[in-house]
Write a protein that binds this ligand. Structure first.
Ligand SMILES: C[S@@+](CC[C@H](N)C(=O)[O-])C[C@H]1O[C@@H](n2cnc3c(N)ncnc32)[C@H](O)[C@@H]1O
Length: 208
């Protein structure tokens, strides 16, 4: 599939979760504004977000990992159809068992929500000095704020884990995190640095 609209349609038809429009726009703006050149994405799905990132500029390189073989294969096909094989590398496997030697300007966490703390701890050392870790789906369709919206036991367990991740970010001594009420809830975490100010002036910033 060459057109982004076709990929979105495929995702809808096959129930493949991909980023919401607001969320993807936010990250694309972040990449442009901060001159991000290298991205590590955890959770490729069918390559939608990786391609959106790589298409922003010709000097952007994306490494992305997917655990599901069918999604991985579809991502490889899509990336090939869009001639982005030189700048997007897709890995097949469990992000938690994978070790990357390189450092990245941006690490985007979009894989299994129950593992967010583990991803953060595992990959934080793969960040460049002023790099950021961005996480998606922090609100989980409003359920993180209002757990009463579901009675499903596994969803409740997942929501508790996301709440634990939010607490982990809020109390983290090493990283400072800004939360955004965009898409399904996004966080941007940057290493604390005496001379580094996190920009809190963006619309939609909230305390949760
Ligand atoms: C929300 S989707 C990713 C969407 C994609 N970033 C986009 O917006 O186009 C999450 C993906 O993470 C994958 N995943 C879950 N756990 C994983 C793991 N431990 N390692 C790698 N991929 C994982 C799932 O199979 C799923 O395809």
């Amino acid at each position: 599939m060459e057109e982004i609209s076709e990929i979105k349609e495929y995702a809808k038809e096959h129930s493949v979760p991909i980023m919401m429009d607001e969320g993807i726009e936010f990250i694309c703006n972040y990449i442009v504004e901060h001159n991000v050149e290298t991205v590590l994405e955890l959770g490729t799905a069918i390559g939608y977000s990786a391609m959106r990132f790589a298409r922003l500029r010709d000097d952007i390189f994306v490494s992305t990992i997917e655990i599901d073989i069918e999604r991985y294969q579809q991502a490889v096909r899509n990336i090939h159809d869009n001639n982005l094989m030189d700048r997007i590398t897709v890995y097949l496997g469990n992000a938690l068992s994978y070790t990357f030697k390189e450092k990245f300007d941006l690490i985007f966490i979009d894989a299994a929500k129950s593992q967010y703390i583990n991803y953060f701890e595992k990959f934080k050392n793969n960040l460049t000095e002023n790099g950021a870790i961005i996480s998606d789906n922090l609100f989980f369709h409003g359920m993180v704020e209002n757990i009463g919206l579901t009675h499903n036991y596994s969803t409740i367990k997942l929501i508790r884990k996301l709440r634990r991740y939010i607490d982990f970010l809020k109390s983290n001594q090493e990283f400072e995190t800004t939360f955004y009420t965009l898409g399904d809830g996004i966080s941007v975490s940057k290493r604390r640095h005496p001379n580094l100010q996190i920009n809190n002036n963006k619309g939609g910033v909230i305390k949760i």
